[in-house]
Design a protein around this ligand. Sequence first.
Ligand code: ADP
Length: 290
Amino acid sequence: ELLVVGSANVDLVVETQRRPGAGETVLGGDTRVLPGGKGANTAVAAAKLGAGTALYGAVGSDEYGELLLDSLGEAGVDTSLVEMTYRPTGIAYITVTPDGENSILVSPGANNTVEPDRLTDALPGAKVLVASMEIPRATVERAVLDAAAAGVRTILNLSPVARVSGEALAALDILLVNEHEAKWLLDGGDDLTALLSLGPSAAVVTLGARGALVVESTGTTELEALRVEAVDTTGAGDAFAGALAAGLAREVGLVQAAREATWVSAYSVTRAGAQPSYPWATELREWSLL
Ligand code: ADP
């Protein structure tokens, strides 16, 4: 019922005292290998909440591709629409310094081979489509247009932020961005209601520890974040996207789905990593949520 169109990457994370400059070699800590990528993260978040979820994407036929398929499978994501391609699995090379700052170099690899041609087979049966960037922009635009034409509810997590066609934005139900992405889309402006003039029926803006805003033509709803001790915010936005989509697939209203997404993403920041930090539905119930 939920179709996620997006990337799958392995995150290679190394801690270092300082970042190497040009021509320099620095010794860091041991490499941690973690499943990631915005599409895969979103799909895992939704599936762990119990939504019937498929990922539309691509990995390479290599050991990182296997790792991603395993992680998706363990969360209950249908991987039959994840193609195995001749290009290597996407990799994010991440260095983390003691101040907690990240520097990230992404090698998209197989993600650049995700074409829209298989969507015709994938869309029937879907209730909600959620797309994110890190795959070719034309594929994302086609996915939104085809889904809208098929009567499927559409969410675009426009991250990493980029210009997409006005046609796709006009066909979109929900534009999901964080506040930095919103600012970029508004050319530095901070009137978030102006996001609606880009075309979507509604916009949801995440505000980190301050929660989220739901912007609709009838008005804006503020949602406070849960107060938690943040350990690692990696993948919080993707957790939000997955939970928002899972809520809409259950046919709860947009504001309620966004509220649930603030719970799920708050939970995710209390634990390390992206996919492993996402709660199963039972864990949320232990927090007396959902
Ligand atoms: P991104 O990860 O895309 O930058 P945000 O930083 O806005 O996105 O985080 C997404 C969501 O995660 C927020 O809307 C909020 O619900 C939750 N979140 C992030 N950081 C915290 C935090 N420190 N405490 C509670 N919730 C948080």
